[in-house]
Design a binder for this molecule. Structure first.
Ligand SMILES: C[S@@+](CC[C@H](N)C(=O)[O-])C[C@H]1O[C@@H](n2cnc3c(N)ncnc32)[C@H](O)[C@@H]1O
Length: 494
């Protein structure tokens, strides 16, 4: 039981135990250590910190702009102050930022993008289509604080596609989450679904040479980042030891008042990507040419594209499900393409995995999958247990999968109900804060979230287990779980 809860909390909070704070999540679920749970959920900013950790983002959608490359739309109405998405990427030093920007610049202002679209079908057949497109060089390095930057050029969340506007509807804010500074995109004003998201790059810009701004705002400053310190200083970097932008001068929203003061990361590691990496989810990966080239799969289902030579930058695209595969997912929502000319994409998420998809406008319309109940907490693609169960010959396997599915559905319903309890308080509030949320309701919500994760895990585990060890008679979703190195009755290693 303890191990199960640890597994749940582990997947919930990023796949890696990281000191005491994350351990306490387990205790929190067990109803212990309320002091700490209060810190996570009860502090005014705790809810946002929680959403950072959980990668609980506002629904957004990629679209192709006129002349500004890709952009990101709000795919639901967003209240002013609401946390939209984290700006994820690689955390790099100013030295590294300087070097990288030189490399990126050397690759040229106008690049030829190789765009790829991949389809994987059961049986491991794998097709890919690619085409070339000319485009402006895009810059994805933003400043975190003095001497540290986030580079989303190769790895990042969908936030990397948010364009600049001189009259923005979003802003960046820096938060400490469990002692780490992270950058979030927040709504500056109420934003209607379908509106392009944009923030002012001025204080974030690390884009090198001048890029003419096409935002169209009356107060347009003509160039991206025209007022940025980097732009003004021409060399676009802060030197080591430059303390003009120290953490103290940056408004920080600290989720944990009694946590030790800001910990600077020691090494160059992916920043804000723990959760994504460990769960293989919601990564936008971009590969570059030559020795810099890095290929990473953006979801468990994505085939690596090692064999394909790329010229400069290519956006990895996640496979579209084959018709066979579609069948085992529930199909409640239709993907609606924007009515415009544009190429479009959709981002889907589920607690099991998330895919980032980019499809061409000329591609056939594709269904998207979401669970039966449209829920803030559990949107995205969901396996249809009944269909999956039918694929198994063994009655026992079928029953187990169906039972786990039922438990999962109950957990989803409870989660939905518990979120409904705290939703009004959150939505009423001017900013994305949790001042008004009753702590016990918040606790219930955390518990329900963990229970849902656990149920999801058990459901998928039941399927995998029955594929790997079809003869296993007694394991049910409530019983045996894999322990390290443990053998099952057939001697198969989990
Ligand atoms: C962080 S990326 C934004 C996503 C980008 N449009 C893409 O397709 O990947 C920043 C780049 O987008 C383009 N961009 C963003 N805002 C723009 C604007 N207002 N006018 C012109 N280009 C813009 C510039 O090429 C810039 O280097």
């Amino acid at each position: 039981m303890l191990m199960e809860i640890m597994l749940v909390a582990r997947s919930y909070f990023g796949g890696k135990w990281k000191g005491q704070s994350r351990m306490n999540v387990k205790q929190l679920v067990l109803g212990k250590n309320l002091g700490h749970s209060f810190k996570i959920m009860g502090s005014p900013q705790g809810y946002v910190a929680f959403r950072f950790q959980k990668s609980d983002y506002t629904k957004t959608k990629l679209f192709k702009t006129e002349g500004r490359g890709w952009g990101l739309l709000a795919d639901e109405n967003v209240k002013a102050g609401r946390f939209i998405i984290e700006y994820c990427g690689e955390l790099i030093s100013s030295e590294e930022a300087k070097q990288r920007s030189l490399v990126y610049e050397a690759q040229g202002r106008i690049l030829v993008y190789e765009k790829r679209f991949c389809i994987t079908i059961p049986g491991n057949q794998f097709f890919q289509f690619w085409w070339l497109e000319a485009g402006l060089k895009d810059a994805y390095i933003i400043s975190l604080y003095a001497n540290y930057f986030i580079d989303a050029t190769k790895k990042g969340s969908l936030a990397r596609f948010i364009n600049h506007s001189c009259q923005p509807n979003c802003e960046t804010r820096k938060w400490t989450v469990l002692g780490e500074v992270r950058v979030g995109i927040f709504a500056k004003q109420d934003i209607y679904a379908g509106t392009e998201l944009a923030y002012d790059y001025n204080f974030e810009w690390y884009g090198g040479a001048n890029v003419r701004c096409l935002c169209g705002a009356p107060n347009c400053s003509k160039f991206l980042g025209a007022k940025s310190p980097a732009f003004l200083e021409h060399n676009h970097v802060w030197e080591e030891g430059d303390d003009r932008y120290t953490v103290e001068e940056i408004p920080l929203y600290d989720s944990a008042e009694d946590e030790p003061s800001l910990k600077l990361p020691k090494d160059k590691r992916s920043f804000g990507l723990d959760f994504l990496d460990k769960n293989n989810i919601s990564m936008v990966t971009v590969d570059t040419v030559g020795p810099e080239r890095q290929l990473e799969s953006s979801a468990a289902v994505v085939e690596p594209l090692h064999s394909v030579p790329t010229e400069h930058v290519a956006i990895n695209m996640v496979k579209a499900e084959s018709s066979e595969e579609k069948k085992i997912y529930s199909q409640d929502t239709q993907n609606t393409f924007p009515p415009t000319n544009a190429t479009t994409s959709q981002f889907q998420s589920s607690s099991a995995f998330r895919n980032f998809q980019i499809g061409s406008g000329s591609l056939p319309k594709k269904k998207s999958f979401s669970i039966n109940k449209k829920s803030k907490n559990n949107g995205g693609k969901q396996l249809d247990g009944k269909r999956v169960a039918r694929l198994f010959a063994s009655k026992q396997a079928q029953e187990e999968i169906l039972k786990c599915e039922e438990i999962r559905n109950q957990a989803a319903t409870k989660l939905e109900a518990s979120y409904d309890e705290i939703r009004p308080a959150i939505e009423e509030h001017e900013r994305d804060s949790q001042d008004n949320v009753d702590i016990s309701a918040a606790m219930t919500w955390i518990g329900a979230s963990c229970a849902k994760m656990k149920a999801d895990f058990n459901f998928h585990f039941a399927i995998v287990k029955n594929v790997v060890c079809p003869q296993t008679p007694q394991n049910t979703c409530d019983e045996a779980k894999p322990s390290e190195g443990a053998d099952n009755e057939n001697g198969a290693k989990y």
